[in-house]
Write a protein that binds this ligand. Structure first.
Ligand code: SF4
Ligand code: MG
Length: 330
C-alpha cells in the first residue's frame, strides 16, 4: 500500500537536501493467494525494487506491506524489526536471474539447498539431508547429485538448484526476478513449466518480474505495468493483452512479435519514442507524457491517479476511457 522508495539528493559541502529520486512513487498492488502476478516494464521502471521492498530486502521510505501468513494472520511487514522479520522470511523467497553467480561455487548441493534450514535452525543434519534429497527430486534433479558442486550443472539445472533452495522452508510467496531471462528459450520453457507445476503442488503465490511480454502473457493471471517508479496499469492478463488501457502498455505491446496471416512470426517493432526519463528529474504530471502520442496539456499539469475501472482493472491515465488502444492479440 502506497510504497515509496526515495533516495535523497544532497548538494554542496553542507550536503543540503535538495530533493529526492523517487525510485518507487506510491505503488499500491494486490497479489492474491495462489495467483501469478506478472510485473513488466523497461529496465529502470522500478519493478525489481518493488519486489525487494515487499520482501524487506530494502528499507522503504513509506508505505505498508501487508502479508497474509500461512495461519491467516495479516502482518504489516513495514512495522517489523529485523528480528521480528526473521520467522517471516521463511514464508517468502526470491529466485534470481543469474544461475551462474547466485550459487556459491564452493558449496555442495546439500549445503546450498540445506543452508536456509541451517540458518533457521530447522531439522537435524540427517533430516536436512533427507529434505534436500527430496527437494532435488521435486525440481527434477537426481538426489544422487547431493554432494556435487554447482559447476557440474548447466544453467537450467543451476536454476533448479536455486528453486530447490527457495522451497526449502516451505514458502507461500515467491518473487522471481527475471528468473529465466538468462536461459535458452527451450530451457526457459522447461523451468517455467516446473514453476507452474510447483505452484499447483504447493499452493504458491508468485510475483513474476520480467521485461518479456510473451513470457508474462504465458505465465500470469494478472499483469501490472510499471513506468518510472509508478504502476501505470493492472489488469487480468487476457484483457490487458487484447485491450490495453494505458498508452505505455500499448507502446510496449507494439514491440512484441506478431503472428502474420501466413503463420510466420514477424517482428513488428514500433519503438517507443524517446528514452525512459531520469528519475532524479522526472517529467511533471503524468511522467510518461514526453513519450506519449496522446498527451494533452492536462497531462503535464496533473498527475493522474491509479484508479479502478471496469473489469477488475486499474489504470493511471487521464484519458484511458477515450482512447481506443491496440493490443497484442485480437
Ligand atoms: Fe498519455 Fe496523458 Fe494518459 Fe499520460 S495521462 S498516458 S500523457 S494520455
Ligand atoms: Mg530489474
Amino acid at each position: 500500500r502506497n510504497l515509496k522508495k526515495y533516495f535523497p539528493i544532497q548538494a554542496g559541502w553542507l550536503k543540503k537536501h535538495v530533493g529526492d529520486v523517487k525510485a518507487i512513487d506510491d505503488v499500491s498492488l494486490d497479489i492474491r493467494k495462489g495467483e501469478t502476478l506478472g510485473l513488466v516494464g523497461e529496465s529502470g521502471s522500478g519493478k525489481s525494487t518493488v519486489a525487494r521492498l515487499m520482501l524487506r530486502a530494502y528499507e522503504l521510505t513509506d508505505g505498508q506491506i501487508l502479508f497474509r501468513r500461512a495461519n491467516n494472520e495479516i502482518v504489516d511487514l513495514s512495522k517489523l524489526s529485523d528480528r521480528e522479520m526473521r520467522p517471516l522470511r521463511a514464508e517468502m523467497q526470491m529466485i534470481f536471474q543469474d544461475p551462474y553467480s547466485s550459487l556459491n561455487p564452493r558449496m555442495t548441493l546439500l549445503e546450498l539447498v540445506g543452508e536456509p534450514m541451517v540458518i533457521h535452525g530447522v531439522g537435524s543434519p540427517g533430516e536436512i539431508k533427507d529434505r534436500v534429497a527430496e527437494l532435488l527430486k521435486v525440481v527434477g534433479l537426481r538426489p544422487e547429485f547431493i554432494n556435487r558442486y554447482p559447476h557440474a550443472f548447466s544453467g537450467g539445472q543451476r536454476q533448479r538448484i536455486g528453486i530447490a533452495r527457495a522451497l526449502a522452508l516451505n514458502p507461500s510467496f515467491i518473487a522471481a526476478d527475471e528468473a529465466v531471462s538468462a536461459l535458452d528459450v527451450s530451457v526457459a520453457a522447461q523451468n517455467i513449466n516446473l514453476l507452474q507445476d510447483l505452484q499447483e503442488q504447493f499452493g504458491l503465490t508468485y510475483l513474476f518480474i520480467t521485461h518479456d511480454l510473451g513470457m508474462v502473457e504465458h505465465i500470469s493471471d494478472r499483469v501490472g505495468v510499471m513506468y518510472l517508479g509508478r504502476l501505470m496499469e493492472v489488469a487480468p492478463t487476457r484483457s490487458l493483452f487484447s485491450r490495453p488501457l494505458h498508452p505505455y502498455t500499448e507502446a510496449l505491446m507494439a514491440a512484441v512479435p506478431q503472428p502474420d496471416p501466413r503463420g510466420n512470426r514477424t517482428r513488428k517493432r514500433v519503438p517507443l519514442k524517446g528514452e525512459i526519463a531520469n528519475a532524479a528529474n522526472p517529467p511533471s504530471g503524468c511522467n510518461f507524457h514526453p513519450r506519449c502520442p496522446y498527451a494533452q496539456p492536462k497531462c503535464s499539469a496533473e498527475v493522474p491517479a491509479l484508479r479502478d475501472v471496469e473489469g477488475g482493472r486499474q489504470v493511471r491515465c487521464h484519458f484511458a476511457e477515450e482512447l481506443s488502444l491496440v493490443g497484442a492479440v485480437a
